[in-house]
Write a protein that binds this ligand. Sequence first.
Ligand code: NAD
Length: 244
Amino acid sequence: MTDINPSLSRLQGLLDQAQRIAVLTGAGMSTESGIPDFRSANGLWSRDMSLAEAVSIDYFRRDPAAFWLAFRDIFHLKLVGGYQPNDGHRFLAALEAAGKEVTVLTQNIDGLHGRAGSRRVLEMHGTLLTASCPGCGEVHPLDYVERLALPECRYCHGVLKPDVVLYGEAVPLIEPAFDAALAADLLLVMGSSLEVSPVNLIPAEAARAGIPCALVNYTPTRFDALFDVCLRAGIGETCRQLRA
Ligand code: NAD
């Protein structure tokens, strides 16, 4: 690595020193795989409601058919199987393969960290790859969900709910996520606007506990002051210059 970018050198130093690394990732992690981050608000569904309303547990309960229409539109459900991990996902898996204890705390629902080879992944907002029946609990895979306009349980015919955490639902893995961040000796945040609660409170807790924090994100966040290193750069170009 050259010394042209001091922030990059500093991040490399933090990575080299750390043995236990927590990595908080957001939608920006997967843009280089072709998955857009927060979707531009131009779908039919967006005329009368915000994204948060469209992807909410209230809307699902009120009008499941309209919910599924909006949900597919927002998350490009049909395409998700074809996306591939990018250099960012692969770098985190390589860190783990190199002997670091890496726990990925992801807000993403695309499954790409696991596909890249990361073994300790907390999918805090759930996964797009399955949907479950709220009635009997049966889990259904994406290829089944994709075939039906209104996906129903193949056993009891209840309308399936995607296994993602919808607005208005609790984040079930938030406690283990805070625990992993507070047990780490480095918190690295990649590709998140840090606008979604309660996940966006993790860096403040880590910084308060004296854990070094680093951020790789194109745009500023309102929490930038918490970070020891802030790289306003692409995740792929950054990871290609780092040594695992
Ligand atoms: P966000 O869309 O609010 O923010 C993404 C951030 O990543 C932005 O600040 C942007 O500047 C930055 N960014 C984008 N591409 C980048 C790159 N290549 N390199 C560096 N920085 C890059 O995302 P969020 O904070 O994760 O919140 C969005 C919510 O929507 C989350 O709750 C998430 O569950 C959901 N979501 C998930 C996916 C997915 O699974 N891939 C996609 C869209 C939205």
